[in-house]
Ligand binder design. Structure first.
Ligand SMILES: *Cc1c(COP(=O)(O)O)cnc(C)c1O
Length: 376
């Protein structure tokens, strides 16, 4: 069986985990958390990062930070993971979905302005498959309308837009270290990237149960107390140690994935030239991290058949998001702005192929052969 995914494992995790276990500080903000924080701040060239329990929680933190109130509106694509919307719905926001561009499956930046009302508070672009949204346009619109931009870069670690790391362009960015992402902190984990200095202290407070404990530990206040609403959003240091085992060789992991992505791209280009399948598009403005390799086929029926065909060849390929605006909670908490030209139809055509750190060349080749065989 060729799995769809295997969580990244480098072999370095073990020694750091044991080191963390033997330290006397395994809760949040221990030694490995601090190492990871420094690594990200340098690597991303950003103001401040905070490891969190998940990307979902990092998104929830941004909803509290920008003070979402019931009735506020938040703009995002419908073609995304539930957490992108849920984080804001949780605080009473109305979710306003905008159609995607058919080339990248990212939010169509040219449709955002029509979705803005006096209640709009934020735009949440999702960098699908680690390929950047058109951020210059999105930031220009947001600045003109004084809106916050939160980049859901759950899939975007190591990707960039015009030389800037994804997650560092909007007011906030979030990463996920879930086992399905390019780097994992041992199953679950996330990162909040804070690009506006004025939000650093409030973010530390929200992450520490609404207390100013972080400042207390730095000696900035002489006792800590409950100062605002918050929750417990800190990653434990064992998870940070696991993640450190991967940051150690982050470039090696990225280069390998990009290599796999290219094998698929080249191997499937013949079927693309014949007009049988569509391959992913990466705009010139974006350097991507090969988070995912997907193809698009004729329609839903063909997708179901191809997935079955691959399964019969012991290959696990999967489809992706059911658009949120057609899900029960999406209907309850959201509304679609304009027309759904591409979101539903394009999402129904999309299949993701096995791609992970450690997949073998011959496995990639068998997937390509099996797809060719389907169309033969
Ligand atoms: C994975 C993912 C999330 C959620 O990440 P968790 O760390 O599992 O909470 C959110 N948004 C997108 C686009 C994702 O791909």
């Amino acid at each position: 069986m060729i799995n769809f995914n295997r969580p990244p494992f480098t072999g370095n995790e073990e020694k750091y985990l044991i080191q963390a276990m033997k330290s006397l500080k395994i809760s949040g903000d221990g030694a490995f958390t601090q190492r990871c924080h420094r690594w990200f701040e340098e690597r991303l060239a950003c103001e401040k990062v905070l490891l969190t329990t998940s990307c979902t929680h990092a998104l929830e933190m941004t909803a509290i930070l920008i003070d979402i109130q019931p009735g506020d509106e938040v703009i995002m694509p419908s073609y995304t993971f539930v957490s992108t919307a849920n984080a804001y719905a949780l605080r009473g926001a109305k979710i306003v979905f905008v159609d995607v561009r058919p080339d990248t499956m990212n939010i169509d930046e040219t449709l955002i302005e029509d979705a803005i009302t006096e209640k709009t508070k934020a735009i949440v672009p999702v960098h699908y498959a680690g390929v950047a949204c058109e951020m210059d346009t999105i930031m220009e619109i947001a600045n003109r309308h004084k809106l916050f931009v939160i980049e859901d870069a759950a899939q975007g670690m190591m990707s960039s837009y015009k030389g800037k790391a994804l997650g560092t362009i909007g007011h906030f960015g979030t990463f996920s270290f879930h086992e399905t992402k390019n780097y994992t902190s041992g199953g679950e984990g996330g990162l909040l990237i804070i690009n506006d200095e004025s939000f650093i202290t409030p973010a530390e407070i929200i992450r520490e149960k609404g207390t100013n404990r972080s400042q207390f530990f730095r000696g900035m206040v002489d006792k800590y107390s409950w100062v605002d609403i918050g929750s417990s959003y800190l990653m434990n240091d064992l998870s940070a140690a696991y993640l450190w085992g991967q940051l150690d060789i982050a470039d090696e992991i990225n280069d390998e994935r990009v290599g796999h992505w290219k094998v698929y791209y080249e191997g499937l280009s013949g079927l693309n030239k014949k007009g049988l399948i569509e391959l992913p598009t990466v705009p010139d403005s974006c350097v991507h991290n090969a988070h995912m390799y997907y193809i698009r086929v004729k329609d839903l029926n063909e997708r179901t058949n191809l997935i079955e065909h691959l399964k019969a060849h012991d290959i696990h390929a999967v489809f992706h998001y059911v658009p949120l605006h057609s899900a029960p909670a999406g209907i309850k908490f959201g509304t679609f702005s304009g027309t759904d030209t591409y979101t539903t139809t394009e999402s129904e055509k999309l299949i993701r192929l096995p791609l992970y750190y450690g997949i073998k060349q011959e496995e990639l080749e068998s997937v390509i052969e099996a797809i060719k065989d389907y169309y033969a």
